[in-house]
Design a binder for this molecule. Structure first.
Ligand SMILES: [Zn+2]
Length: 358
């Protein structure tokens, strides 16, 4: 095995160097500088597909190495959510993820004092690696939620492209949440998301995790699901478990018991995670950049997923049905929210139990 890998590396290495991928990209969601992908690269091929496959929804592989079938799209608008950066075509996910997002948005409005969520990247129509921004989000079970609340109106497509991210951190201090920006409602939204049994991890900046450790006075049972990670200071990242019956989905180990407000968090406040890479010893060969991921590196089924027949249209695969699909285009984007609320689709399951938060 080791020989085979090394050989493959030598064979393809020169052709498939993807440029330097920093530790932060491997860790989560960071806009990495992107070069033109090589022929056969997974991100080139998966990024070029505009529609999901027909048939049942299945995650294939692992969060950071896989693809998916039968994805559905989050409608661009709902009563309590708006999808952002629509041009990226990354509002696709496993139906379990999409229904969870809709439920979170509704419960957030009811229980967390959060008027609605702005949804960032979920996944590409067939999952797989992306041109930029993420190491995971490949099997439809990851989604990014902005720490910015939904405005009380429907934004135009242009506004959704251009709305800047707002960091929760103080710019002049090391790993410190900005008390002028951070609110109790954000804390409640995070713990609400963590309260769902299917949510296994939520990635947040270490400063936000620390803030939660220091200030959350409610039930701390699910605080351990909040995982400190690079970036994640203007959005948080929800990851759900492999859905029941998803045989091709590779599960991730459960988070350790406890609230995570321990030395694993304290480590982030040491110099180690922020130290620049050590310079190579004089005369040593510079390390090779990581090799670009090829379709052949993904689970075998992903090659077939790329070539499988598409659904007829985005509308046909939008969660909640075709009537939910074109909310943004069906109504004039500039129309006041009051005039268009009635036209918004009533999609998503209504929560039948109160989330376990205090
Ligand atoms: Zn993410």
């Amino acid at each position: 095995m080791a020989f085979g890998f090394a050989q493959a590396f030598r064979t393809f290495g020169k052709l498939t160097l993807a440029g330097v991928i920093g530790a932060s990209l491997a860790a989560g969601d960071v806009g990495a500088e992107q070069k033109t992908p090589s022929p056969g690269s997974a991100k080139g091929l998966f990024g070029a597909v505009s529609l999901p496959t027909q048939g049942p929804a299945q995650p294939v592989g692992f969060y950071a190495k896989g693809c998916m079938t039968g994805a559905v799209a989050l409608p661009t608008d709902g009563p309590t959510w708006e999808a952002m950066r629509l041009s990226r075509n990354r509002r696709w996910g496993n139906p379990a993820m999409i229904s969870l997002l809709e439920r979170l948005s509704q419960d957030g409005a009811k229980y967390a004092g959060w008027p609605g969520i702005l949804v960032g990247d979920i996944a590409q129509p067939r999952g797989g690696p992306m041109f930029n921004g993420h190491a995971s989000h490949q099997i439809g079970l990851d989604a990014d939620i902005w720490f910015t609340p939904m405005p009380p109106r429907r934004m135009t497509a242009e506004e959704r492209e251009d709305l800047p991210f707002t960091t929760m951190l103080q710019k002049d201090k090391f790993l410190t949440v900005d008390p002028k920006v951070w609110t109790e409602s954000r804390a409640r939204l995070l713990m609400l998301a963590a309260s769902y049994p299917e949510v296994e991890r939520i990635f947040v900046n270490p400063a936000i995790k620390k803030k939660m450790c220091d200030t959350w006075t409610g039930d701390r049972t699910n605080l351990g699901k909040l995982r400190p990670e690079y970036g994640h200071d203007s959005h948080f990242h929800i990851r759900i478990k492999c859905p029941p019956g998803a045989a091709g989905c590779t599960p991730q180990a459960r988070v350790a018991a406890g609230d995570g407000c321990d030395k694993s968090l304290a480590w982030w406040f040491t110099p180690e995670p922020w130290a620049p890479p050590k310079p190579p010893k004089p005369g040593a060969k510079p390390p090779k950049p990581p090799r670009e991921m090829m379709v052949s590196d993904l689970p075998k089924a992903c090659a077939a997923v790329l070539n499988a027949p598409s659904v007829a249209s985005v509308q046909a695969a939008t969660y909640g049905g075709p009537s939910a699909a074109s909310a943004l285009t069906a109504a004039p984007a500039a129309a006041p929210a009051a005039d268009t609320d009635g036209a918004l689709p009533d999609v998503g399951p209504v929560p039948n139990d109160k989330p376990a938060i205090q």
